[in-house]
Design a protein around this ligand. Structure first.
Ligand SMILES: [Mg+2]
Length: 366
């Protein structure tokens, strides 16, 4: 094993307070604890973000499990690959699961690779869009009036699509009222797996609302019951949690479980797998959109580059920085024209990390 003396990998565990608490069918978040990964070769560095949260709510993975795997297995593996992203992703396949840990390091390695080549990251893997249509995800609120006023302010800001989080007790009536108040807006609903096989008939109550999609209504590992639901309701089904990799995406396609897919690099284990999924989607005309995990500027920059790939035709869950954080680790992302966030054109992810602020909010490094 040859390790270049000037190669280094470091992880930072941080906590960033959110502007508004974010409530989904899982629960409420007031601050976000996550990890950033920095890889260095000589003067060049690359950054990635690990989106695993403290509790295993979105998936089995946790921040602690990701840090354990990175420190003990993935960092040494990437060093023995000479920090080559493709080598690392291929090697990392021998470990089962843990996509968020793998993706955090994969992102940093791809950023480094793009900087080494002097190119913006999306140019390295063939992204085509210069700006990304921006959507916003609105959490569960304490009342309908509050929800309507929040949506109203987002629509005024220029967001091109609104996605509301739903759960039993906060679903059909709420969606109906939102549609009544905003007859024209492109609208989606995300249940984060809050329903089960006994709810298939009931979910047709959403059909009158002309939703762009109902996202992940059923179990987080399910493709079969989603395929039954797809036959029963008119609302297009988008899958998020269930599409853990390209193979799941293929099986879901063959089973007719979805109409569109929310792609998150953290869920799929790295950029390579997202590129293969995008190719599969492109060949079959499956519309994709880029999801979000309340990322800091590092993860958000990566998402903008990924959303520039051709099959990402729907507005992304990539909002302006101010929607999430008062102060971020990178310069804030904002609309260039209302509803559109430009893809950074500098080398790598195209934004630099504010090291002084990073140091200030780092709880622990590894
Ligand atoms: Mg989702």
């Amino acid at each position: 094993m040859h390790i270049h003396p000037k190669e280094e990998i470091r992880g930072f565990i941080l906590s960033l307070p959110l502007v508004h608490p974010f409530k989904t069918s899982f629960g409420e978040e007031r601050e976000r604890k996550f990890a950033l990964i920095r890889v260095r070769r000589g003067e060049l560095e690359g950054w990635g973000e690990v989106v695993a949260s403290e509790a295993p709510l979105y998936s089995e993975e946790t921040l602690a499990s990701a840090v354990y795997l990175l420190k003990n297995y993935l960092f040494p593996m990437a060093l023995s690959c000479g920090l080559d992203p493709r080598c690392f992703e291929a090697e990392a396949e021998k470990f089962r699961g843990n996509p968020m840990a793998k993706a955090g390091l994969s992102l940093a390695l791809w950023d480094l690779e793009a900087r080494r080549r002097g190119l913006p990251l999306h140019r390295v893997y063939g992204g085509v869009r210069k700006e990304i249509p921006s959507g916003v995800s609105v959490g569960i609120q304490t009342g309908l009036d509050e929800l309507l006023s929040r949506i109203d302010s987002f629509v005024r800001e220029g967001y091109l699509r609104v996605k509301i989080k739903i759960a039993p007790g906060w679903d059909c009536e709420v969606v109906k009222e939102v549609r009544k108040a905003f007859p024209q807006i492109p609208l989606g609903a995300d249940a984060n797996s809050a329903y089960g096989e006994g709810d298939l008939e009931r979910l047709s109550c959403l059909d009158g609302a002309d939703l762009l999609f109902l996202e992940q209504p059923l179990y987080p590992d399910d493709l079969y019951f989603h395929s039954l639901l797809k036959k029963k309701i008119k609302t297009p089904i988008a899958l998020d949690e269930s599409v853990k990799n390209l193979r799941k995406m293929k099986v879901g396609y063959l089973m007719d479980s979805y109409s569109l897919v929310n792609i998150k690099v953290g869920r799929m284990g790295g950029i390579g797998e997202v590129l293969r999924a995008a190719e599969f989607a492109s060949e079959r005309g499956i519309p994709l959109f880029c999801g979000g995990m309340l990322e800091s500027g590092v993860g958000r920059a990566h998402n903008l580059h990924l959303a520039s790939l051709e099959p990402f035709v729907l507005p992304a869950d990539i909002s302006r920085t101010q929607r999430y954080y008062h102060r971020d680790l990178t310069p804030p992302f904002d609309f260039s024209t209302p509803g559109y966030i430009p893809v950074p054109q500098g080398e790598g992810i195209g934004v630099d990390v504010d090291n002084a602020y990073l140091e200030k909010i780092t709880l622990e490094s590894f």
